[in-house]
Design a protein. Structure first.
Length: 132
């Protein structure tokens, strides 16, 4: 068994695709448009791991935002340089949204370098530094 994907509902699919591809280096793997069912899906992943878990972005036609429940935590992504990833998110935020919510630094009580960013819909993404 393995995790296949995590799904997030988004209010603007193209903006979200631009954030995940432009700021976080993911690639659009496939997109499915279902006009009769009034939704569009976009699956994103990393080019260097075609069998890895993907992020599914779901856009329900006509819905531009969602309330986040209190139980959602975050999606974690390994990055070679957490500070550089934060810089990329800050640069992308001017064009497409997103923000750094915790600058890169050691996790409390440990040495692993992490950072947190929020995507344009406010979902938290943990960036965990793992040198290539």
């Amino acid at each position: 068994m393995r995790i296949l994907h995590t799904m997030l509902r988004v209010g603007d699919l193209e903006r979200s695709i631009a954030f995940y591809t432009g700021a976080l280096g993911m690639r659009l793997v496939r997109k499915t448009h279902r006009p009769e069912q009034r939704y569009t899906l976009a699956f994103l992943g990393f080019a260097d791991d075609p069998n890895g878990a993907e992020l599914e972005l779901t856009y329900n036609h006509g819905v531009d935002h969602y309330e986040h429940c209190g139980a959602y935590g975050h999606v974690a992504i390994a990055v070679p340089d957490a500070a550089a990833a934060c810089t990329a998110v800050r640069e992308a935020s001017v064009r497409i949204g997103g923000k750094v919510t915790r600058e890169a630094g050691p996790v409390k009580g440990g040495t692993t370098v992490i950072a947190f960013v929020a995507d344009p819909d406010g979902y938290l993404i943990e960036l965990i530094e793992r040198p290539a």
